[in-house]
Design a protein around this ligand. Structure first.
Ligand SMILES: Cc1cc2nc3c(=O)[nH]c(=O)nc-3n(C[C@H](O)[C@H](O)[C@H](O)COP(=O)(O)OP(=O)(O)OC[C@H]3O[C@@H](n4cnc5c(N)ncnc54)[C@H](O)[C@@H]3O)c2cc1C
Ligand SMILES: *[C@@H]1O[C@H](CO)[C@@H](O)[C@H](O)[C@H]1NC(C)=O
Ligand SMILES: *[C@@H]1O[C@H](CO)[C@@H](O)[C@H](O)[C@H]1NC(C)=O
Ligand SMILES: *[C@@H]1O[C@H](CO)[C@@H](O)[C@H](O)[C@H]1NC(C)=O
Ligand SMILES: *[C@@H]1O[C@H](CO)[C@@H](O)[C@H](O)[C@H]1NC(C)=O
Ligand SMILES: *[C@@H]1O[C@H](CO)[C@@H](O)[C@H](O)[C@H]1NC(C)=O
Ligand SMILES: *[C@@H]1O[C@H](CO)[C@@H](O)[C@H](O)[C@H]1NC(C)=O
Ligand SMILES: *[C@@H]1O[C@H](CO)[C@@H](O)[C@H](O)[C@H]1NC(C)=O
Ligand SMILES: *[C@@H]1O[C@H](CO)[C@@H](O)[C@H](O)[C@H]1NC(C)=O
Ligand SMILES: *[C@@H]1O[C@H](CO)[C@@H](O)[C@H](O)[C@H]1NC(C)=O
Ligand SMILES: *[C@@H]1O[C@H](CO)[C@@H](O)[C@H](O)[C@H]1NC(C)=O
Ligand SMILES: *[C@@H]1O[C@H](CO)[C@@H](O)[C@H](O)[C@H]1NC(C)=O
Ligand SMILES: *[C@@H]1O[C@H](CO)[C@@H](O)[C@H](O)[C@H]1NC(C)=O
Length: 574
């Protein structure tokens, strides 16, 4: 997607399409004369295990047919819960992806504050959805979409940061209710020699991390997964297809390094089992080549790891002296390469007056952890006389990863439900080792900065060509993110200005890390060279595989492989 600054805002939410779609060039969307008739949909319905659904925006309950309704308390109370949102077919984690900006700047939206526009607009939310429970449901939806040349989107949790699971006037395949979890202590991939066995979990496409973690814990094992409030991120959808990072990655690799098999429905309606022995090219592409691009994944099988005690280091300080904060933050970054080698990983954030992080490791004793952290904690303690306030600087031991997860990530509210545009970058180990001061100054001066310390260690020792994943991950030690957010009711112009700010900040960070790239799943909608930025030198091979398995080009997402052949709205070929 190539966006100029003048179309920034429009690009985020897509621009209105020309109604007289030329059949060969454009997909059919709701409202056009090509849209399938009621009897066409009845035919589709007859092939499905569930009733067709008609998704509505998250806040639609706040509106009644007569205008504003008082049924909004549930929406307001749960608005920032990723679990609550992902249970609803029409809800996206970031509400801005539910809305749509016309070229004239009018925003079609459905805000919980009903007095902003007075009406609930469908916006960017797909109009009809297949509530998939089986591969056959998905085959029917895919066949129907190809037959009618529909714009189709795949939605799992709706957590995508670039709105890839939404689409105005589209048909949605909703995988959320495919919840089966199967444990096999000696799983053999199809086509593999009988001695290639794994202790493995097979997760259907709709399983979320909170469910997968609980199931693994019950068998005394651990899965490498995402960590977020309430564990709401999907465990077998976009997360793994974009790469899948975890605080455990420096020990056990990324999600893509832990998958041993997947099943997938392609746009030709085939249901395939893919692994290192069968359709290895598709298996390669599905591990990091981007969600919503090759087919609908129906399950992922992951190998597990032993449930060891987990050590945590928590650090939280503030000061009115911002250079003190910057200094301490910069010192903490010099530790990242060796911390990752020792199996530490986690998350942090910074602003002018505070810095905090929580890192964990399942691979050290408490005494070793203290040996690692005591000098840094002492260093901070020494700065209290200079004006540093310490809220936390300590190590803790948990009996297992699962108890740690429950204790820090158990509450589902707080992380979702905000309008947001992200910027992000994978920061190479080499840059931390050779240019840490300049890098940290740029990070410190970028507003809204947080980081995912989820690379290095094991992530760097895996062959970069073993998966479709952006090879930049293998050289990185930390994945930084920042962004802009705004209140409902902001104008398209104001949003465009915020977006322009994110783009400027990106340019500065990119200059310090010219050969690196970005994480497909947590990124800006405005990357200038998305092919290199998200896929590096794997792009050409990924495109070949995409063309082979998706001859209908049914699966097209923003900045995904092959999307350069489509317009910004992803409905017309360019
Ligand atoms: C609160 C929060 C916390 C996060 N934490 C982490 C983290 O710890 N680690 C990390 O790596 N990322 C994290 N992410 C980013 C996350 O990986 C992405 O949001 C990812 O896209 C989520 O995938 P999903 O399937 O849950 O979401 P969706 O938005 O439903 O899907 C994302 C993309 O994948 C496609 N897709 C979904 N399911 C399928 C399928 N079965 N087959 C084919 N395509 C599919 C969709 O079409 C869409 O393009 C987080 C995001 C949020 C909002
Ligand atoms: C919604 O919020 C209410 C009130 O806080 C709470 O009782 C309920 O459990 C929430 N529902 C979900 C699904 O989180
Ligand atoms: C902007 O365009 C949309 C779609 O064409 C239209 O519905 C809306 O009325 C227009 N708004 C203004 C202010 O002209
Ligand atoms: C909408 O109503 C809320 C109070 O319910 C008020 O705070 C807000 O300012 C109003 N917004 C507009 C645009 O009128
Ligand atoms: C979808 O199409 C494929 C290939 O043409 C076919 O094998 C399959 O039976 C179809 N499935 C449904 C549910 O129509
Ligand atoms: C889900 O698991 C149950 C119990 O193991 C099984 O009966 C059912 O067939 C599975 N469903 C699918 C779609 O695999
Ligand atoms: C499986 O057996 C083959 C042949 O005996 C051997 O070469 C290979 O290393 C074994 N693989 C594993 C994973 O044990
Ligand atoms: C996690 O597993 C342990 C040991 O298997 C068990 O004691 C504990 O109850 C489990 N926790 C939950 C919440 O299931
Ligand atoms: C740090 O603590 C002092 C008092 O001990 C307080 O005056 C100051 O505001 C605190 N700094 C911040 C950023 O909270
Ligand atoms: C702030 O901290 C720095 C050290 O990082 C120190 O040099 C400077 O004097 C401090 N400024 C004030 C006003 O205390
Ligand atoms: C902290 O200060 C003490 C006393 O000045 C000094 O001996 C020690 O080396 C300092 N520790 C660190 C980590 O800076
Ligand atoms: C700063 O740290 C002090 C001491 O831990 C704490 O009481 C205070 O709440 C913190 N202030 C902020 C703004 O976090
Ligand atoms: C490690 O340090 C923590 C405080 O950060 C302390 O509570 C704990 O007892 C220490 N453990 C060991 C084994 O030294």
């Amino acid at each position: 997607m190539k966006l100029s600054l003048s179309t920034l805002a429009a690009g985020i939410f897509y621009v209105a399409s020309v109604d007289a779609a030329s059949a060969s060039q454009c997909r059919c969307v709701y409202g056009q004369s090509c849209w399938p008739s009621g009897s066409d949909f009845s035919q589709l319905q007859s092939l499905l295990s569930q009733s067709l659904l008609y998704p509505k925006p998250t806040a639609s309950q706040c509106y009644s047919t007569s205008g504003a309704s008082d049924d909004c308390s549930d929406v307001i109370a749960n608005y920032t819960s990723g679990i609550w949102r992902s249970d609803m077919v029409g809800s996206m984690e970031a509400p801005n992806w539910e809305s749509y900006i016309f070229q004239n700047g009018t925003i079609a939206a459905c805000y919980p504050e009903t007095n902003i526009t007075g009406a609930c607009d469908q916006g960017n939310v797909p109009v009809i959805a297949v509530d998939a429970r089986t591969p056959a449901d998905i085959q029917a939806a895919v066949n129907f979409s190809v037959m009618h040349d529909l714009r189709m989107v795949v939605k799992n949790t709706g957590h995508d940061y670039i709105g890839r699971s939404a689409g105005r006037g589209a048909l949605m395949v909703w995988t959320h209710n495919m919840k089966n979890i199967t444990h096999d202590g000696s799983f053999v991939p199809e086509g593999a020699p009988p001695n290639e066995t794994y202790d493995a979990f097979t997760l259907e496409a709709g399983v979320q991390w909170f469910e997968a973690y609980a199931a693994a814990n019950a068998t005394g094992r651990v899965l490498v997964g995402g960590l977020s409030a309430g564990g709401s991120v999907g465990a077998a959808g976009g997360w793994i297809q974009g790469g899948g990072h975890s605080a455990l990655s420096s020990n056990y690799g990324l999600g893509v390094d832990n998958a041993v098999e997947m099943t997938v429905v392609t746009s030709t309606g085939q249901y395939l089992t893919v692994n290192a022995h069968q359709n290895p090219d598709l298996f390669w592409a599905l591990r990091g080549g981007g969600g919503g691009t090759y087919g609908v994944v129906t399950s992922v099988t992951y190998k597990t790891h032993p449930a060891l005690p987990a050590l945590v280091a928590i650090f939280s300080v503030n000061s009115t002296n911002s250079s003190l904060i910057q200094q301490l933050f910069t010192e903490s970054y010099t530790m990242l390469p060796s911390l990752s080698d020792a199996g530490w990983g986690g998350y942090g954030g910074i602003d002018n007056t505070s810095v905090e992080f929580i890192y964990l490791s399942p691979n050290v004793s408490w005494a070793q952890a203290n040996e690692t952290w005591t000098p840094f904690f002492e260093r901070a303690a020494n700065l209290t006389s200079a004006g540093l306030n310490i809220t936390a600087a300590e190590t803790l031991q948990f009996p297992s990863f699962y108890t740690l997860y429950e204790s820090f990530f158990g509450t589902p509210t707080g992380q979702n439900g905000g309008n947001v545009i992200l910027g992000s970058r994978l920061i190479p180990r080499e840059v931390i080792e050779n240019n840490n001061d300049e890098m940290c100054t740029a990070i410190f001066e970028t507003p809204g900065m947080s980081w995912n310390f989820v690379a290095g260690g094991k992530v760097s020792t895996v062959d970069p060509d073993s998966a479709g994943l952006n090879p930049a991950w293998r050289k990185a030690v930390v994945h930084i993110t920042w962004g802009a957010s705004w209140e409902d009711g902001a104008s398209a112009e104001d949003i465009g200005q915020l977006a322009a700010g994110v783009k400027e900040q990106e340019a500065r960070i990119r200059e310090l890390t010219p050969e690196s790239g970005c994480y497909f799943n947590e990124a800006s909608p405005f990357e200038e060279d998305f092919r290199y930025t998200f896929f590096g030198d794997h792009y050409a091979k990924l495109k070949e595989i995409k063309d082979k398995y998706d001859p209908h080009q049914l699966f097209v997402v923003t900045q995904g492989v092959g999307s350069e052949e489509w317009d910004d709205e992803l409905t017309c070929r360019v």
